[in-house]
Ligand binder design. Sequence first.
Ligand SMILES: Cc1ncc(COP(=O)(O)O)c(C=O)c1O
Length: 383
Amino acid sequence: MTTQPDWAAFRALFPTLKHKTYLASGSYGLLAAPVEAAFLRYLDDRLEKGVDWGGWGERQEAVRGAVAGLLNAQEDEIAVTTSASAGINSLASALSFDGPRNKVVVSNLEFPTGAQIWHAQTSRGAVVEHAPEAADGTVPLEHFDRLIDERTRLVQITHVCYRNGARIDVEGVVKLAHARGALVLLDAFQSAGTIDIDVAALGVDFAVGGMLKYLLGTAGVGYLYVAQRHIQALTPTVSGWFAQADIGAMDIFANTPSPTARRFETGTPPVPNCYAAEAGIGLIRGIGVPAIEARIRDLTGTAMDRLAAVGCTLATPRDDAQRGPQVAVRAKDAAAMTERLAERGVVVSWREDKVRAMFHAYNDGSDIDALVEGLMANRDLLA
Ligand SMILES: Cc1ncc(COP(=O)(O)O)c(C=O)c1O
């Protein structure tokens, strides 16, 4: 029998939970005491040493290793970036769109950045086509099937949609795309840390994300995964001294990209953020993503069943395989509902006509109670 993690002890690491019901982890994950301590360690190191390039490099490498472990990638396949956008931009800069394969297919579940950057490539010859969502809020494989063809260079898919929590069939899309010679970029921002991701098994070519949400780190640090089989053939034109084969070479007469995914980095790493990211991902890996995934699935499933029972209209698919850590509830005025809940100490967020309750493993049944009670107390605002 496997022993269950001590969820009460995990919850106790997050001081905010003493005075808030926090269901906004898909916006910003809570600060854990060990992550706060990591930030303080950075300040102590600054005060003690001033400059510490060696130590800072070690922190960045620790983040690279932690992300590789999290995604089942090799360390050489991970670039440590400052945001998901930075990673997508670097990748886009390495792709050419001046031949017959100039199409980029993006799902309509993407976060804006994951579509805007590809639209920005239209000036370089790219043609962007969108795979629309169906009435149930998912993007079925048929919608990709219609668009992915021999002209498609890349397909951008989000693992879990930031608006409604719906999940895309990654393996299905990869199969379709690869059969037609197209690459797949997975945006794992809303899933990594809460869904067990194995980039090698999924077969995705690239993956991006950041550390401020479910990975319990902070803003200003992210990652790009580039499968080993693609690294040598891709030379980003978004570059810099930290992207070079030898960072210390200080060669101003050539661009000599690193043989690893570090070629997708640019300048000085986000040092303080690396301290926090290492600690945050450490917490996630310490418990293990499968256990976190199972707990969140139970919490969100219970929340959905209770919300449906009291008459809420859910925008998130109920099927466990089609959703992630978010439960989206339709409202007549989602902004006003979010404010009313905040007045009761219940922190959620909203997009369009949906109130988003985004769970992490530090949540428990009392948070579901507070959410249901808060929504019921303001049922005039529900759709
Ligand atoms: C799915 C998803 N992708 C990308 C982003 C944006 O990433 P960044 O601001 O790091 O570029 C977010 C949210 O902030 C997101 O939820």
